[in-house]
Design a protein around this ligand. Structure first.
Ligand code: ARG
Length: 438
């Protein structure tokens, strides 16, 4: 790090340079350099608006936009040198612009503050992040759709309390996740719709006396309209909290699926075998195939939910408008995005490559008296017995079957008739699980 001089952006009223510790605690460049594209995009829109409003001349605007384009190229080719003492992405870019085009660079910040600038950058970034997550969820849904189509007739036990409850199909089970993910997409889409407004032009908090055109910058940046209230524009981070909440709910769904894949691939369940591409071996036990990807999806849910808590705590009780605390919004948001995207991709891979053991699933579906509810339903439908009573009779039949170690469909008719004499052989149609177990 070079010896700090009074800050070139705001050092006018300072006679001393910040201490090294101040520079370190203040800097966010390591994290927010990720916003370089949005920062340049926002600056170009702002500059074009300043020219359109005749606040800058066309020539000045031209120099600035060309300079910004050159900086974009430098960053993308890895040549740009990010400096900690320049704090953040905004000042790193502006300072480089001044090196490139001279004093005219200083005109870019007319009618703008880093407060509306960072809010704009972050909204632009979040918009693309939301769109990318929606897209990735759709990919996972298409694989779930493919597998549930292939397993529309694959019988498996359905569980409540992790006890065998009633027979279902793997198709039905996977479709439940499809639908959860559809709601996750809806939550991301709602968030996108609500946050699609431009903070640019709010400046520090109170707008500006320059004759700016906030509608124009909003339009250029693809926002529906400007954020109405300038104080709200720089202070609001609820769209990030929504992003983190929707992400937390989504990873909860993925963690439930991951847990099932982990359980189902155990020797004890034996319902599925995960593909080699999404499992690992053990360095000591040669027979092992571990569901690491599923375990990591499950594990990463902790970090994602923690990130939501982190930003909620950072924002709690912050007075209006901008406070530097809010700089801490970026790490949890970026981390959540990266982790969730990876978890969606890993889940897609696991579901796509899993091998299903239909025989095991079917066998298990038949155990645990999973058709007992059907038996009770038969009594209600065919003998007009009230359900509570039918439930009781069925309970007695299950107990008798258990004593004889027989499955319900193997119980002799006479044995069942001991508990209800009107039961006839039609009942067996209800007790046998059909479905493709070839
Ligand atoms: N790096 C800052 C952030 O991420 C930019 C805004 C700084 N604003 C200020 N008034 N110091 O929040």
């Amino acid at each position: 790090m070079t010896t700090p001089k009074p800050n070139q952006m705001w050092g006018g009223r300072f006679s001393e340079a910040p201490s090294d510790i101040m520079v370190q605690i203040n800097a966010s460049i390591d994290v927010d350099k990720r916003l370089y594209r949005q920062d340049i995009q926002g600056s170009v829109a702002h500059c074009e608006m300043l020219v359109a409003q005749e606040i800058l001349t066309a020539d000045e605007g031209d120099k600035i936009t060309k300079g910004l384009a050159a900086i974009l190229a430098e960053i993308e080719s890895g040549k740009f040198v990010f400096k900690t003492e320049l704090e953040d992405i905004h000042m790193n870019i502006e300072s480089r612009l001044a090196e490139m085009i001279g004093d005219v660079a200083g005109k870019l910040h007319t009618a703008r503050s880093r407060n509306d600038q960072v809010a704009t950058d972050m909204r632009l970034w979040t918009k693309q992040a939301l769109a990318a997550l929606i897209e990735e969820i759709s990919v996972l849904q298409s694989i779930l759709d493919k597998q549930s189509g292939a397993h529309a007739e694959t019988v498996m036990p359905g569980f409540t309390h992790l006890q065998i409850a009633q027979p279902v199909t793997l198709g039905l089970h996977l479709q439940a996740y499809f639908d959860m993910l559809e709601r996750d997409k809806g939550r991301f889409a709602d968030c996108l719709d609500r946050m699609n407004e431009s903070p640019l032009g709010a400046c520090a908090l109170a707008g500006t006396r320059h004759n700016i055109d906030r509608d124009l910058t909003a339009e250029k940046l693809g926002f529906r309209r400007p954020v109405r209230n300038t104080m709200d524009a720089v202070a609001a981070r609820d769209y990030l909290l929504e992003f983190l909440s929707a992400s937390s709910i989504c990873i909860i769904h993925l963690s439930r699926l991951a847990e099932e894949l982990i359980l189902w691939s155990t020797v004890q369940f034996g319902f599925i075998r995960l593909g080699d591409k999404f499992t690992t071996g053990s360095s000591i036990m040669p027979q092992k195939k571990n569901p690491d990807a599923a375990e990591l999806v499950r594990g990463k849910s902790g970090g994602i939910i923690g990130n939501l808590m982190q930003l909620l705590m950072v924002m709690k009780a912050l007075p209006l408008t901008y406070n530097k605390d809010m700089q801490e919004d970026k790490t949890p948001v970026f981390e959540t995005y990266d982790a969730l995207l990876l978890c969606l991709q890993a889940t897609t891979g696991m579901i796509d490559t899993m091998h299903v053991n239909k025989e095991r699933m079917h066998e298990d579906a038949e155990s645990g008296y999973s058709t007992a509810t059907y038996l009770a339903d038969w009594l209600v439908k065919n003998l007009n017995i009230p359900f509570r009573q039918a439930h009781h009779i069925t309970g007695q039949i299950v107990q008798a079957a258990e004593k004889k170690s027989l499955k319900l469909h193997d119980m002799p008719l006479a044995d069942m008739q001991q508990f209800e004499s009107r039961i006839n052989k039609g009942i067996f149609d209800f007790l046998r699980i059909t479905g493709n177990n070839s």
